[in-house]
Design a binder for this molecule. Structure first.
Ligand SMILES: [Zn+2]
Length: 437
């Protein structure tokens, strides 16, 4: 089988292709090229797209070279970054005079391997004309499976093929994600519903940051917004926090976490321009943000430190980072121990107390880090829910009984929330930090 080299099609390179073909070929290390009609047009178009949409970088066209002869034989690559479901589309074109020699298969296999190096990629997709032939055989050889026939508005009828990411193994973190310190077993948790995995909490002996072990390959669950804990009052409260804690009355804001339409609406009405991303890294930042918010989502992101550093870079000078997080050092956390609902494993990879959160922000290069506790409905809900579950025990009590016992817990929960606030051991931390000017 032939081997191919994939050379990334950067704008400067494509620019050169339009002006000076020999210089271009020398630049990509090619000793010659297989001509095909429309090649110049294709390169020019690829360059324009890349200049217009910088987010395509890394998920765009590659130039295919025969590794042995160094002949440039075609182009291939992705049609853009992965979508919200972790799907990327790939496409390969081989010069007609070089078809049938295995270049397409070799290219597809390299691109698929490259895509699956990114943990967020779930599937790679490819489309062919709706007929069996060279391209469909090639995709099947590379491990793709036929999924469906589609009628696309731009391309007409096509066959859609997909290959799924190999099962990734869960991992036990070896060292602290922020300071590199040694990790020590702190808590063995009750298995979450519908799983048999026993998760534990490992705490850093250096900075106190707590880590979930093992970690699952893709914990940030975009489908499940914690809407139950974010009633309308809480989304409005968030806007109030933006105003009070940050002194902001508007501006560009990036919210990292699961999409929360309630908050987006409330923020929009209050004059903020809100964008949401589920993963900061790999997201394009064309203009810097006035503020970046992590509403109970920082524990889910990875890699943690690099995400915080990227947040700092995506902020305008003096811009704000705002984090709310469940406080693993709170009264509530201590009382409920392994059953505390805020552990939320395996979704949360990290768990913060006051000093661990402060240390993470300072290590990521933020300044004027301020922390305080917030009294929230979420905390109240936590007391009610965990106390109720402790009373009901395991099993499947009726909804009515759950409601009845929950209601009975409410006054006690209100007292516990108030006590938590008074002794400054509340269950919700608010951290505000600034990017260096
Ligand atoms: Zn540490």
């Amino acid at each position: 089988m032939v081997d191919v080299l994939l050379i990334s099609a950067e704008p400067a390179r494509l620019e050169l292709a339009a002006r000076d073909r020999d210089a271009f070929l020398a630049d990509i290390g090619a000793r010659g090229m297989a001509e095909w009609p429309g090649v110049r047009f294709l390169l020019a178009q690829a360059k324009d797209q890349l200049v217009e949409r910088p987010e395509l970088a890394g998920w765009w066209m590659e130039l295919i070279l025969d590794e042995a002869s160094k002949e440039w034989v075609g182009v291939g690559g992705f049609k853009g970054p992965p979508d919200a479901h972790g799907v990327v589309d790939l496409e390969v074109f081989i010069a007609p005079a070089r078809e049938g020699r295995g270049y397409a298969t070799a290219t597809v296999m390299q691109l698929v391997a490259r895509a699956f190096e990114h943990p967020e990629i779930e599937k790679v997709r490819a489309r062919t004309l709706p007929q069996a032939g060279g391209p469909t055989r090639m995709l099947e050889k590379a491990g793709f499976q036929f999924v469906e026939e589609l009628d696309l508005p731009d391309d007409g009828p096509v066959w859609s093929y997909e290959i799924e990411a190999p099962k990734r193994l869960s991992l036990v973190p070896e060292a602290c994600s922020v300071c590199g310190g040694a990790l020590m077993l702190q808590l063995l948790l009750d298995p979450p519903p519908k799983t048999n995995t026993r998760y534990s909490i490992l705490t850093c002996t250096g900075c106190g940051l707590a880590h979930t072990a093992p970690t699952e390959p893709r914990p940030l669950d975009e489908q499940k917004v914690l809407s139950a804990f974010f009633p309308e009052t809480w989304t409005k409260r968030r806007v109030q926090i933006l105003r009070e804690a940050l002194g902001l009355s508007g501006g560009r804001l990036l919210d990292v976490g699961p999409e929360d339409p309630g908050f987006q609406r409330a923020a929009h009405e209050a004059g903020f321009i809100v964008e949401t991303t589920s993963a900061l890294i790999a997201a394009p930042h064309l203009e810097p943000y006035r503020a970046i918010t992590f509403w109970h989502s920082l524990g889910q992101v990875r890699p943690l430190l690099e995400t915080l550093e990227e947040a700092r870079e995506a902020l305008e000078p003096g811009g704000f980072l705002l984090v709310t997080a469940a406080d693993a050092g709170s009264l509530q956390a201590r009382v409920f121990g392994p059953r505390w609902f805020e552990h939320e494993v395996p979704r949360n990879l990290h768990h913060f107390d006051r000093s661990a959160l402060e240390n993470a922000l300072v290590t990521a290069g933020f300044e004027s880090v301020r922390l305080q506790h917030l009294a929230t409905e979420r905390e109240l809900v936590g007391w009610v829910r965990d106390a109720r579950d402790a009373v009901l025990g395991v099993g499947r009590p009726s909804v009515l009984r759950r409601l009845a016992v929950g209601a009975a817990m409410l006054p006690g929960a209100a007292v516990a929330t108030a006590v938590g606030q008074v002794v400054d051991r509340g269950a919700t931390l608010l951290a505000v930090a600034r990017a260096r000017r």
